[in-house]
Design a protein around this ligand. Sequence first.
Ligand code: IMP
Length: 428
Amino acid sequence: MPAIVIIGAQWGDEGKGKATDLLGSRIDYVVKFNGGNNAGHTVVIGNQKYALHLLPSGILTDGVIPVISNGVVIDIEVLFDELEALNARGVDVSKLRVSANAHIITHYHRTLDKVTERFLGKKQIGTTGRGIGPTYADKINRVGIRIQDLFDENILRQKVEAALDQKNHLLVKVYNRRAITVDEIVENLLSYAERLRPMVTDTALELNNALDAGKIVLFEGGQATMLDVDHGTYPFVTSSNSTAGGASTGSGIGPNRIERVIGIVKAYTTRVGAGPFPTELFDESGEFLRSKGFEFGTTTGRPRRTGWYDAPIARYSARINGVTDFVMTKLDVLTGLESIPVCVAYEVDGVRVDEVPVSQSDFHHAVPIYEDFPGWTEDITGVRAFEDLPVNAQAYVLAVEAISGCRISAIGVGPGREAIVVRHNLLG
Ligand code: IMP
């Protein structure tokens, strides 16, 4: 079995960790290929809750080798904080591999993220403020600092100098902040070098070798399709490719290695930060989804925007990513609703539009066209077989499946690891 990719099919926080867990014991490697500590996986194991921001959720599974590949941006301080916290709880973190080519988030990237957002005023993106955008901008501008630079002080210093040359003008003259010295950055980064060294490797080579040897490699996307810098609701997106193609460029494996693409959809929709969201709710239904689904950011704690399921978005994600299976999460959150609206198309300037409009202005104006499905009141958190779900819950899943562009192979029915109904084998 070759490479498998898991991606968020909406705006993030769909519960990808759960799908990873489901594959659990059969996986040899779990790779984070994009984003940084802007992500937030919450994994519940027994009565323990783990909130991970940077590390791939596979780090919690015994026997799995977790990898942070070249497409990721790494805040080294956060990396060690998370490793130490897991260590303290008895999790073995010694197998972590880190790409020598991954870029580093420094103090000036975090500062720039915050000040540029502030300057955008009403036009702000609502970033997580973790320095993600500025770090990717430096990567593309070819003034970034990579993990391998930590092992050559001379090169590191030259690169930090070059980067700060520009940045300090910006910080001081435009944003009215203090200049950052080369020494403080270099010293801070070097202080981690020796601890990092044993983890750093040619992850592309290791992953290709693993695939050649028949190992199962799971690529775990950060963020989600609608936050992808190319295919999302630009500019209200993150700065990396969070779609399935990013697994290839972000890790150095060929696209033909990928055989399964698992898209995670919530049974409704949420979004953090600004930008269009056609099915967003501003009434008590939205509040119901937020409080029942505990929709608050894992990374920022911000209340998430909530809305009904949007089938054109699911179809869009199925297309862009080549989704082979959807995993629907949090169906239990809908329990207790009398009827459940699902967006089946939009109306844009009086015209029915069946697919996500290519024009951002149209998407901003898109008004959802809903179809209502009858709800259920029975507690479904203990259900493990599809036929044991209330008939209306089954009908909801089947109806949503029929208009979402791909089969729904598993359904999350509660927060625990085991609270899942499997309909089709995700690996087959
Ligand atoms: P950034 O990734 O911090 O630059 O933020 C860009 C946009 O992506 C903002 O709207 C964030 O709220 C959103 N975002 C980033 N990471 C996540 C995530 O893991 N889940 C949901 N939204 C995210």
